[in-house]
Write a protein that binds this ligand. Sequence first.
Ligand code: AMP
Ligand code: ZN
Ligand code: FE
Ligand code: FE
Length: 271
Amino acid sequence: MKYRTDLHTHSTASDGQYTPRELVRMAKAHRLETIALTDHDTVSGTDEAVAMGWKLGIQVLRGVELSAREHNNFHILGYCYDPDAPALQDLCKKQQENRVIREQMILDFLAEKGLELSLDEVESFAGGKVMGRPHFAQAMIQRGYVQTWRDAFDNFLDTPEFWEAVPRLEADARSCIRAIKDSGGKASLAHPYQIRLSNQELDALVGKLTDWGLDAIECYYPKYAPEQQAFYLHLAEKYGLHITGGSDFHGENVKPDIHLAEIVLELEWLL
Ligand code: AMP
Ligand code: ZN
Ligand code: FE
Ligand code: FE
């Protein structure tokens, strides 16, 4: 059976604009049948989202998006895990502790560029939840250091210099997959193009991830070029992986060009 769905969304539990409750309400208004909440390194928004799903009559899947250390923007999505299982909770806790260490590194990196920010300022955008680079971008805009979020990333937060100054402290991909699987969930490779590998390198990586238990690959994503989508569908076929898809919706204040998607997917393997 196929469902109209969006399996990649963010809320205020990490760097999204809308609360889990608001997000589910928007998904219902979009007439989606299923939505997954996939916040960065936290499952904390999922109870609220699931409860709202029951209330509105829309199926809400528990999700998570884990950052893995081997590459920049290397993200593993987890779905339909047991929220009480310790493996994923423990890994999220570790990832969050590492984000706190990283916050100071990012502040130091920006200060060296003449962009002084206080931790309080950045935290005011994170609202006590899991902090990410979009919160830094918002603080930089508020101070007038940059005009746009695009400016902030292209010139500061996603540059070779940034990655040199701010080492990745996350778990490796194998541990991310294991934490999801040990918690009874399914793992999917998010937006492969953002890892910036050649097709040949990506093919080898997906082979390795499959050996480690990867279940699926994100084949539908609004930003893909047609040939990227075709290549990811080819990899799914080659490695016997399931297909996921989603918008990576964060809200228009965070990612102005990204709206909730309506993707028709076979979900028997997940439900
Ligand atoms: P973090 O969790 O701190 O690594 O931040 C990840 C988030 O930053 C992603 O979900 C995107 O919202 C955003 N992001 C990462 N790289 C870029 C980029 N090059 N341009 C715009 N946004 C980005
Ligand atoms: Zn994000
Ligand atoms: Fe991501
Ligand atoms: Fe995402």
